[in-house]
Design a protein around this ligand. Structure first.
Ligand code: SF4
Length: 250
């Protein structure tokens, strides 16, 4: 199991590697930088997924599905929250529906784990999962990322996804999302961008999300302030930690 320091999960599982940049939230994509590092360490799975441009790693657009990885969660005895595809986007257009179905089969066979799938392509998520070949699994949470007010339509698309739990990750929060409609969304994660190129997060934007969560009865999770030194900036908001999780509503 790949242990992780991501505050809202216990482990990562990457049956797919590689992606393409979509919107402003992708600009400093952590997976893109990490894929370059993993390739440099000799991991074949990440070979050719990125190239160097202007001193930075950029996705080449190559997507690699890893059939061997489908077995991995079957070997984990202890129940875990599992972030699926921290190194890609399961609903990228180049990921075949048959492969997504194979991921579903693994998740259905391991109901003791809770899977968290985050996409920037909720329209495809809704379209694929609305097919009769897919069932709603109570141990699978489905979410989308919203980084600023320009991509609020993703929340409407997420509402069309058949799911036990729907969630939104407002990370990296780089603009106000005050117009968000959180009806039918059970959980919101908020986080500022971290790393050398981190863009600042205005505390007022967090207050807006906090109020939206209160009104929509969505669980509020504050992940981090971010910045160049995310350890130093911490994850305290209004004087405390916010680690709320959604309740199963199926
Ligand atoms: S969708 Fe996610 S993995 Fe893909 S480029 Fe954007 S941030 Fe990176």
């Amino acid at each position: 199991m790949a242990e992780t320091s991501i505050e809202w999960t216990d482990a990562t599982w990457n049956p797919v590697a590689g992606c393409t940049v979509l919107t402003a939230g992708c600009t400093n994509c952590y997976a893109m930088r990490m894929a370059a590092r993993l390739e440099a360490m000799g991991l074949d799975k990440y070979a050719g997924l990125t190239r160097k441009s202007g001193g930075r790693a950029k996705w080449t657009g190559k997507i690699r599905v890893d059939y061997g990885a489908l077995e991995t969660p079957l070997t984990w005895k202890k129940a875990r929250r599992v972030f699926v595809n921290s190194m890609s986007d399961l609903f990228h257009p180049e990921v075949p529906v048959e492969f997504i179905a194979a991921v579903w089969k693994t998740m259905a066979a391991t109901p003791h784990h809770t899977y968290q799938i985050l996409t920037k392509r909720p329209q495809r998520m809704a379209s694929v999962l609305s097919s009769d070949s897919f069932t709603v699994l109570p141990n699978v949470w489905l979410g989308t990322s919203v980084e600023d007010g320009r991509v609020l339509h993703r929340l409407d698309e997420l509402r069309d996804v058949p799911a036990a739990i729907r969630f939104v990750s407002f990370e990296p929060l780089i603009g106000s999302v005050a117009g968000s409609d959180l009806r039918g969304i059970h959980w919101a994660i908020v986080g500022g961008e971290s790393g050398p190129q981190a863009r600042p997060m205005d505390p007022h934007w967090i207050d807006e999300i906090y109020d939206l969560c209160t009104d929509a009865d969505a669980a509020f999770f504050f992940k981090q302030w971010g910045g160049k030194n995310k350890k130093a900036s911490g994850r305290t908001y209004r004087g405390r930690l916010w680690n709320n999780l959604p309740e199963l509503r199926i």
